[in-house]
Design a binder for this molecule. Structure first.
Ligand code: HEM
Length: 407
């Protein structure tokens, strides 16, 4: 067993504020590491993370095994609605079920459909930044990075954007379970309440759009469409919950982590101001450098070997995107933010069949946000006097607040 200079606790304050040091040590010293505290294999080299995403023996169908391993029979009964919902999410399914669920949503998030949303996303960006102008200070997370993706995904689905504080609190409760806030002893109960509330909320919206269809995704799922698998009644509401949840949680963090990286690297921010055409590569670099999804979880469906280490069926394995994206074997000078980086096949959106469905939408929101910020907020700075705090989850890389100074 290799001795490491930092502990195995992925939720320690040091690991939360800087996960790269721990993962970087593993990558060099013990690239397929058994973390006893979290009872998981941690895979950190780019080549191995990529191989993991392609390996059919690593299953995404991990909700049932998790519940069976961790909960007593009465607890499982209590959590049945959560189990029923999550086990219908495409992200927790393997083929062939995964392909059918994903095909239902594919057109709605295709690059072409997303491009057509550009004017509306731009208008929301302008509107939110307008609200910041004239202020001396702000919390970039609460005032911009949360509302932008929340409004966009809500409008796309047909959810009233004004309800966003409501669905934010449900999402936060659900996230405690889905993203692994392991220190929170209440996370199962919170997830149960959130699923009940979200299911009732969407049942009302579905009933509403059945009577009065609108120009939105909920309405479109209610009528059969040529070339698209029909949506089963039992999977419609879980699907809507997934899209609402996935559609804003992570993009918020791309915006906040991205702005933080720019403000800590003023030469790169200046470069973006002078060279707006670098925006496409800049967004990719911000995703690589400090992306919102530190890792993806897999369940080992049959025994396998990785770098000579035997991994048993039933184990949990973490594919660490955050470490693969900083692997010097794959990226030159990986700890440097270089907005002009061209060879940048990062894994921030995962890889393979579960590659992020919303990647085009997240990219559009980020590029419009950062281009408008560089144009309209010339004096933006970090409030250096405030310490930054990160949410205590295994999966997410999420700032609680990002205090900024505007004048
Ligand atoms: C910067 C923002 C985002 C990041 C970093 C991100 C990251 C990821 C990652 C790493 C995965 C793969 C999970 C796995 O392999 O287990 C994933 C899947 C997924 N993402 Fe995103 N995501 C983002 C934004 C979005 C948005 C805007 C949506 C919109 C609905 C979305 C919807 C999904 C869905 C539905 C899946 C599951 C796909 C499948 O299982 O086939 N994501 N995302």
């Amino acid at each position: 067993m290799t001795r490491l200079a930092v502990g195995d606790d992925l939720l320690s304050p040091d690991a939360l504020s800087d996960p790269y040091t721990y993962f970087g040590q593993l990558r060099e010293l013990d690239p397929v590491h058994w973390n006893e505290l979290h009872r998981s294999w941690i895979v950190t080299r780019y080549e191995d993370v990529m191989a993991g995403y392609k390996d059919g023996r690593l299953s995404s169908d991990r909700v049932v095994p998790h519940f069976e391993a961790r909960l007593s029979a009465p607890e499982r009964e209590e959590m049945e609605p959560v189990l029923r919902t999550l086990s219908r999410w495409m992200v927790f399914n393997d083929p062939p079920e995964h392909g059918r669920l994903r095909a239902i949503t594919r057109d709605a998030f295709s690059p072409r459909t997303v491009e057509a949303m550009r004017p509306r996303v731009k208008a929301v960006v302008e509107d939110l930044l307008g609200g910041l102008e004239g202020k001396a200070t702000a919390d970039f997370v609460a005032d911009f990075a949360f509302p932008l993706p929340a409004i966009v995904i809500a409008e796309l689905l047909g959810v009233p954007p004004g309800d966003r504080e409501l669905f934010k609190s449900w999402s936060t409760d659900l996230k405690a379970l889905v993203f692994g806030a392991l220190d929170d002893g209440q996370r199962h109960q919170r997830a149960r309440q959130a699923i009940d509330a979200l299911s009732a909320y969407f049942a009302d919206l579905v009933a509403h759009y059945r009577r009065r269809p609108g120009d939105n995704l909920i309405s479109s799922f209610l009528v059969p469409e040529a070339g698209r698998p029909p949506v089963d009644a039992g999977e419609l509401i879980p699907m809507l919950i997934l899209l609402l949840f996935a559609g804003h949680e992570t993009t918020t963090n791309l915006l906040a982590n991205g702005l933080l990286a720019l403000l800590r690297n003023p030469d790169q921010l200046d470069r973006l101001r002078q060279e707006p055409s670098a925006m496409t590569s800049a967004v990719e670099e911000l995703l690589r450098f400090d992306g919102p999804a530190k890792l993806s979880v897999r369940w080992v469906a049959s025994d396998l070997e990785m770098r000579g280490t035997r991994i048993a069926k039933g184990d949990r394995l973490l594919l660490v995107n955050a470490s693969a994206n900083r692997d010097p074997r794959r990226f030159a000078d990986p700890d440097r933010l270089d907005l002009g980086r061209t060879d940048n096949a990062h894994l921030a959106f995962g890889y393979g069949r579960h590659y992020c469905l919303g990647a085009s939408l997240a990219r559009l929101e980020a590029s419009l946000a950062f281009s408008t910020i560089t144009e309209r907020l010339p004096r933006i700075q970090l409030q250096a006097d405030r310490e930054l705090r990160w949410q205590p989850t295994i999966l997410g890389r999420e700032l609680e607040q990002l205090p900024i100074r505007l004048s």
